[in-house]
Design a binder for this molecule. Structure first.
Ligand SMILES: C[S@@+](CC[C@H](N)C(=O)[O-])C[C@H]1O[C@@H](n2cnc3c(N)ncnc32)[C@H](O)[C@@H]1O
Length: 271
């Protein structure tokens, strides 16, 4: 994916220019600790012997770097530049460039994770429901979906400017954005200034994300055939929490058997 720009330095593709500085901006995140919690959740709620994990919107592959020590993992993301960083970080891991709403893989997983609020990029309620149904389609019986949601509508503050500085004195990064709300979406136009030896680069990325209440997530999980659990505690980022969907083992097996019976009836008697 190439990032086309207008004359004001606006990048049409979020996570295009950001890929080069993402790890420096989020250096404060403790991916090792989060990965250990993911492992504990998959072991506790997933099927016995769970070992296949799909990280949807895996970004630069930080969680996968740790999860690959315990599971057989695959990473999926819609951004080519983010995946290029991920492939360098964990060359042994397989990555797929695709959108979470529409990806189709021929394999099934014991756990599908979608962390750091990436789910918000699906934007609308209908799209959230289609995305959860797509996750459920890729689960094995008894499998789990772990989602770190985006901020709740009641907690998203607008009208204030946010400023952050990152990087090092040799590689300084400044990010500033104003939060706006349009309908049920949060819009953040993020201005980046990055100091390099060749000069100061400036670009703007527009992050447009759906603001969904807990009940909207719950309905999407349930419609996808998953038992919804809001895990206790604050989760990984602020008070966003963690949502878990569990595919009932028996139900899934019954549905699978019904599907097989229906298919063999429609084929007629075997010779
Ligand atoms: C906040 S980053 C999270 C990355 C990683 N999970 C982490 O914890 O660092 C959001 C990621 O979502 C990806 N993304 C955005 N929209 C997507 C979509 N529709 N399908 C798949 N990935 C998407 C972006 O490319 C980006 O890598």
């Amino acid at each position: 994916m190439t990032g086309r720009r207008d004359r004001a330095g606006k990048s049409e593709n979020t996570y295009h220019d950001l890929a080069g500085v993402y790890d420096a901006v989020y250096a404060w995140k403790n991916y090792a600790r989060e990965a250990r919690r993911v492992r504990a959740i998959v072991r506790r709620f997933g099927p016995p012997g769970a070992h296949r994990v799909l990280d949807v919107a895996c970004g630069t592959g930080h969680h996968l770097e740790h999860l690959a020590r315990w599971f057989d993992v695959v990473g999926l993301d819609s951004s080519g530049p983010m995946l290029r960083v991920a492939r360098k970080r964990v060359p042994r891991v397989r990555f797929v460039e695709a959108r979470m709403e529409t990806f189709r893989l021929s394999e099934r997983f014991d756990a599908i994770i979608c962390l750091f609020s990436s789910i918000g990029y699906v934007r609308s309620r209908g799209s959230l429901e289609r995305t959860l149904a797509n996750f459920a389609r890729h689960l094995r019986p008894g499998g789990v979906v772990l989602v770190e949601p985006w901020i709740r509508p009641s907690e998203f503050l607008t009208g204030s400017t946010h400023l952050g500085t990152y990087g090092t004195p040799q590689f300084p990064i400044v990010r500033m954005h104003l939060s706006e709300r349009r309908g049920g979406r949060s819009i953040m136009e993020m201005h980046y200034l990055v100091g390099t030896k060749g000069g100061v680069r400036h670009w703007v990325e527009r992050h447009d994300m759906g603001l969904f209440a807990r009940n909207v997530y719950r309905v999407a999980f349930v419609k996808a055939g998953l038992r919804f659990i809001a895990l206790p505690g604050p989760g990984f980022t602020g008070t966003r929490g963690l949502y878990l969907g569990v595919m009932p083992r028996a139900e899934r097996a019954r549905r699978g058997a019904r599907g097989i019976r229906a298919r063999s009836r429609s084929r007629g008697p075997r010779p």
